[in-house]
Design a protein. Structure first.
Length: 278
């Protein structure tokens, strides 16, 4: 397999001569060190970022049992190999559409090492709804504030430092189509995964009574399904009256969902390897 390299600017000053070598690579079964999920609303440039990082070294198919397209690829950064999973574009993780179910289940049960939430710098308020939902599930989140060139063209300013402080996770300004800020994004993802950057996502804790109910429900869920990831989030969804989660828990389907997610990852990568697309 031949590796190709592309140049990405390390600064978002257009006159800055500094460039960074990013090696693009394909993924073979088990041949990666970390898994990164790519989430975001439609039309935020998520696919552009995916293509920038993976180039032609990517694989597409359907999520098992779904008509939703699955795309994954790989990149190497500082000698660490990353598998990048491009989740369906969605506005929420709480509804029952196939796209939302696929994105939610992968973040919940696929347990990626980090989730990048791609947002549109010109429509941040709308996009941050999904980011907040992802942060309810996992601490390992980096918000990519994309389309910074469009924001500047419209006279908009984004204070990434203040946004990071308010969210409790890194917010990195980028323009995926030009490579602006992508080096910083990848370095931050690596630092979050390795624990070099501490994250403390803002979450709605509710009243002491609510917190107690969440704690008790989460303990019950863990007892019913030992080793289940993200029991706290499932408990919150139960308290919110989520019928789909309630059905999955009471029917015993929850364990099968987790196992199915894990099998799907292996089967998808294995299928692509056999077909020679890796």
């Amino acid at each position: 397999m031949t590796n190709t390299k592309i140049n990405l600017p390390t600064e978002h000053c257009e006159t800055c001569p500094a460039f960074y070598q990013l090696e693009q690579m394909g993924i073979k079964v088990g041949d990666f060190d970390r898994v990164v999920a790519l989430a975001g609303n439609p039309n935020t440039g998520k696919s552009t970022l995916f293509n920038t990082l993976t180039g032609l070294k990517q694989h597409t198919g359907n999520w098992p049992g779904k008509t939703v397209t699955r795309a994954e690829g790989g990149y190497q950064f500082n000698n660490v190999k990353y598998k990048l999973v491009d989740l369906p574009g969605t506005y929420s993780l709480l509804s029952a559409s196939q796209d939302e179910e696929v994105a939610r289940d992968f973040i919940l049960f696929g347990q990626p090492d980090c989730t990048i939430v791609v947002t549109d710098a010109t429509a941040l308020e709308r996009n941050l709804n999904l980011a907040m939902q992802v942060m309810e599930i996992t601490d390992h989140v980096v918000v990519a504030v994309n389309l910074m060139d469009e924001a500047r063209r419209k006279g908009l300013e984004v204070d990434a430092r203040s946004l990071s402080r308010d969210l409790g996770v890194p917010a990195i300004p980028i323009t995926a189509r030009t490579g602006e800020g992508v080096h910083t994004l990848l370095a931050t993802v690596a630092e979050v995964i390795e624990g070099q950057v501490a994250t403390k996502p803002i979450r709605v804790n509710g009243t002491p009574e609510f917190q107690k109910a969440v704690h008790e429900l989460a303990a019950m869920i863990e007892q019913m399904s030992p080793g289940i990831p993200n029991a706290r989030w499932l408990a919150i969804r139960l308290l919110d009256g989520d019928a789909r989660v309630q059905q999955a828990i009471t029917s015993g389907e929850l364990n099968e969902i987790v196992a199915r997610q894990q099998r799907a990852d292996v089967q998808f990568s294995g299928k692509m390897s056999v077909e020679g697309r890796q």
